[in-house]
Write a protein that binds this ligand. Structure first.
Ligand code: DC
Length: 230
């Protein structure tokens, strides 16, 4: 799959662990730049929702891959699977608990990464957030941001974000769930969660969303100017 990223069709890659602020920052950066945004985590969640809906074992790599191949996914928003609105359903505790296992299936990742690259080509770039955007999906992105935050802060944000749909456990339980998911996401063989060598690592602990967005926009303008000079 060949695709080009240049100042004409720039990709801003935003990666990081759960609760690092990716989704909010990506949405606001996209709005500010007038670029479309793709939440790749929602794609892994939609596949996981379908896996559970069909009663497939998330660890059954062959069955998960076969389902990924025939999945009719519209990344929205709202996210649709086979025309059905699953935008809220993909945020439930059941999906959150199983998604890392599904996302560790290498053959399923190949299928989703291909769809993500197609999205980038069709939209001529955009703000793409996930775990492997800077390393695998768009290694030639104009700007790669890797967001981090303390475990405490990430757990708090996750609770706020998922409050409406996730069973509201205590902070320690959320922390444990995040730690478990991080361990699987970082430890898996296929495209583990990691910062690209050329990524800008931003620690968002104690920084407002506006502050992080402003920093990303500043880096974006600098990257664009540098690219235009060459
Ligand atoms: O960002 P999120 O919590 O919605 O992501 C859900 C899961 O999907 C996460 O546990 C890791 C996986 N994921 C991935 O492996 N690669 C991506 N590009 C995005 C998400």
């Amino acid at each position: 799959m060949g695709f080009v990223t240049s100042p004409k069709n720039p990709v801003v890659a935003i990666d990081g662990p759960a609760g690092s602020g990716k989704s909010t920052v990506a949405r606001k950066v996209a709005e500010a730049l007038g670029l479309p945004a793709l939440d790749t985590g929602a794609m892994y969640r939609a596949l996981t929702w379908a896996v559970l809906d069909e009663g497939i074992d998330p660890a059954d790599a062959a069955a998960v891959t076969a389902l990924a191949e025939r999945l009719e996914l519209d990344v929205g928003p709202p996210v649709l699977v086979g025309g059905r609105d699953v935008n809220d359903a993909i945020r439930t505790a059941d999906v959150s608990a199983a998604v890392s296992v599904v996302a560790a299936v290498p053959e399923a990742r190949v299928i989703l990464v291909r769809a993500q690259r197609e999205w980038i080509a069709v939209h001529s770039g955009g703000v793409v957030e996930g775990r492997d955007i800077g390393t695998v999906v768009a290694p030639d992105a104009l700007l790669k941001i890797y967001l981090v935050a303390s475990e405490e802060e990430r757990a708090r944000r996750r609770q706020e974000q998922d409050g409406a749909t996730e069973a509201s456990g205590d902070l320690d339980a959320t922390k444990a769930a995040i730690r478990r998911r991080d361990a699987i996401d970082s430890g898996r063989a296929a495209s583990p969660l990691a910062a690209a060598e050329d990524a800008v690592v931003l620690d968002t602990t104690g920084v407002s969303v506006e502050g992080v967005v402003e920093e990303v926009l500043r880096r974006y303008r600098a990257a664009l100017e540098a690219a235009q000079r060459t």
